[in-house]
Design a protein around this ligand. Structure first.
Ligand SMILES: NC(=O)c1ccc[n+]([C@@H]2O[C@H](COP(=O)([O-])OP(=O)(O)OC[C@H]3O[C@@H](n4cnc5c(N)ncnc54)[C@H](O)[C@@H]3O)[C@@H](O)[C@H]2O)c1
Ligand SMILES: [Zn+2]
Length: 356
């Protein structure tokens, strides 16, 4: 049986369906709300067999088109956005037609933004195929493209009608992308999901060898945490901030590296160690909690070498973060009960010290 998690409230509520094994048993037609056409948007790095699998479950009653973007962050651009919109117009898509984003966060973000804007909004479904997209970007309704002044600067909040997940997709993911997704999974454990924390602690080898059963469990627990938080705070005016645990430092590490040679998950993993260290130096957690966090990250085979970076190099990026408001830096820290909270009350000296 598939697992179902509801996200959001009211008319824009949608389901995340975690299918057991393959996708075939899940009925896509109802949420597609269409008798007409579907455009599957994907990228060149997504194995072709997944496109065929989705086509197969759409059966014959729907006209299916496929649009393949070049893989990589560069595809989340105005250029791709316009090309897709023009394609939809050429194919005479109307409000009864739908988009499907089949791929990682890049595909999901641009598909969502195209769906939000074409004809002022058409139906779309997310079929996330990376671990990061399954536990993070496909849930929460954020859609975006990048402009040269910065990542995700243009976008909107726009919910899909369904998020369809299968852990089977994760079998073909590169080690680097798999580890990147694990970075976001452990974030949910660190910001308060104790069940997930234990599940990870007790199954590090099974996770590393990508056993389907454990992957399904950690994906489900991760989504439950994200769903609970974004349902409370759809437009990011409060509690949703705790999802940024480790991100102020992680974003600074990504920017310092010019967004090259380090994945988002790897950067925020180091960011979470630094944020945990600040939490310790500020007296919010005990030393053994800090050690446990670092040990757990290490036992999953993720890089823990945050000392490669120093405060001097990262300072300008840290202070440029979106979380700086009215000149004050806001940080997400954790407390002794393993709960995350946002605060602007800490000593800058302790941030500097946390890099040592
Ligand atoms: N909307 C949100 O809330 C949100 C949250 C987090 C991240 N994001 C965005 O997500 C993007 C990053 O997403 P990502 O990490 O999934 O990267 P990605 O989409 O670039 O995917 C990584 C690589 O994996 C390949 N791939 C995808 N599925 C595969 C599979 N099953 N097997 C083998 N290869 C596969 C892709 O072709 C790509 O080359 C960023 O643009 C980021 O801004 C958005
Ligand atoms: Zn993130």
């Amino acid at each position: 049986m598939a697992k179902v998690i509801k996200v959001g409230k009211g008319a824009t509520q949608y389901k995340v369906v975690i299918a057991k094994n393959a996708l075939t048993k899940v009925n896509l037609l109802t949420p597609l709300k269409t008798k007409g056409k579907v455009l599957i948007i994907t990228d060149s790095g997504v194995p072709k067999k997944y496109i065929d699998e989705v086509k197969l479950i759409l059966k014959n009653n729907i006209k299916v088109f496929v649009y393949i973007l070049p893989k990589g962050e560069k595809s989340k651009s105005f250029d791709s956005f316009i090309k897709i919109q023009e394609k939809l117009a050429e194919l005479k898509f109307d409000r009864s037609d739908s988009l499907i984003g089949l791929g990682g966060g890049v595909v999901g973000d641009i598909t969502g933004f195209c769906a939000a804007t074409f004809l002022r909004g058409i139906n779309f479904i997310q079929i996330p195929t990376t671990l990061l997209a399954q536990v993070d970007s496909s849930v929460g309704g954020k859609t975006a493209i990048n402009i040269k002044q910065g990542k995700n600067l243009v976008g909107s909040f726009y919910n899909p009608s369904l998020v369809l997940i299968s852990s089977k997709f994760l079998e073909t993911l590169s080690e680097k992308e798999f580890k990147s997704g694990i970075g976001e999974v452990i974030k949910y454990a660190f910001i308060g999901n104790k069940k997930l924390y234990k599940l990870i602690q007790n199954n590090t080898d099974e996770i590393k060898s990508r056993e389907l059963k454990i992957l399904e469990e950690i994906v489900e627990e991760s989504i439950k945490t994200k769903a609970r938080i974004v349902t409370q705070d759809e437009k990011e005016s409060g509690i949703r901030a705790i999802l940024n645990f480790g991100h102020t430092f992680g974003h600074a590490i990504e920017a310092f590296n010019n967004y090259k040679n380090i994945t988002h998950g790897a950067a925020i993993t180091l960011g979470m160690i630094i944020a945990s260290k600040v939490s310790y130096l500020e007296g919010h957690i005990k030393i053994h909690q800090l050690d446990n966090i670092i040990n757990l990250i290490d036992s999953l085979g993720l890089n823990t070498n945050y000392k490669k970076y120093n405060f001097r190099d990262l300072k300008q990026y840290i202070m440029n973060d979106k979380k700086v408001s009215k000149g004050k830096l806001n940080l997400v820290l954790i407390d002794k009960n393993g709960k995350a909270f946002k605060t602007d009350s800490f000593r800058l000296k302790n941030i500097e010290k946390s890099f040592n």
